[in-house]
Design a protein around this ligand. Structure first.
Ligand SMILES: Nc1nc2c(ncn2[C@@H]2O[C@H](COP(=O)(O)OP(=O)(O)OP(=O)(O)O)[C@@H](O)[C@H]2O)c(=O)[nH]1
Ligand SMILES: [Zn+2]
Length: 199
């Protein structure tokens, strides 16, 4: 399913239900939901929440299968610095950062844009960073069946910044490696290329 772009793509019934819930929350926190600036806010918030969680309606394997091409190339392919925005499942506050994904083809390469699309399918759900990392890793491993796949995510969590422990500069790094990336030399080559500034 394509990302939401305009009104018609939102299911009216679900949008209205989520809108009513937001209206109730705003009332519960002490706002006057009838004041001018807030009249459309429950609907906007409902659409924003549905946009940010649209990954539940999308099929990452289908996205990859849609652009797999037979090719002999069997060296490392790295797509780095893929920006991501997700919502932590504990507080439903954003966490955001970058994903670095690599794979070593095994007869098939995949359209490059499909890797960031897969990242988004899993990021646009309620997540923990660890599961997000593994969801991306396992999807590529299962669908593309490469010789190896690696995923590293670096992210900052708003629930640790705006509230709770209130640490502004901590970054969480998670990683997963399958196949040839389980060998230390391959993994190190990937990590070296990801941290290199090529500009
Ligand atoms: N492992 C992991 N933890 C996360 C992630 N996002 C948020 N958390 C943590 O989830 C934990 C939930 O802990 P609880 O003690 O149940 O919640 P809390 O009382 O709001 O905790 P504080 O954030 O410490 O105030 C917190 O430690 C969060 O930092 C994530 O992606 N991965
Ligand atoms: Zn959280």
């Amino acid at each position: 399913m394509a990302p939401y772009r305009n009104l018609e793509e939102y299911n009216i019934e679900i949008t209205n239900e989520v809108k009513d819930h937001f209206s109730k929350i705003m009332d519960d926190i002490g706002e006057d939901v009838t004041r001018e600036g807030l009249v459309k806010t429950p609907e906007r918030a409902a659409k924003a929440m549905l946009f940010l969680t649209q990954g539940y309606k999308q099929d990452a394997e289908e996205i990859l299968k849609g652009a797999m091409f037979a090719e002999d190339y069997d060296d490392m392919v790295i797509i780095k610095d893929i920006e991501l925005y997700s919502l932590c499942e504990h507080h439903m506050l954003p966490f955001f950062g970058k994903a670095h994904v690599a794979y070593i083809p095994n007869g098939h390469i995949v359209g490059l844009s499909k890797i960031p699309r897969v990242v988004d399918v899993f990021a646009r759900r309620l997540q923990v960073q660890e599961r997000l990392t593994h969801d991306i890793l396992e999807c590529i491993n299962k669908t593309l069946k490469p010789k190896g796949v690696a995923v590293v995510i670096e992210a900052a969590h708003m629930c640790m910044m705006m509230r709770g422990v209130q640490k502004q500069n901590s970054v969480t790094t998670t990683s997963g490696f399958r196949g040839q990336f389980e060998k230390i030399e391959t993994r190190n080559e990937f990590l070296k290329l990801v941290s290199a500034d090529l500009s």
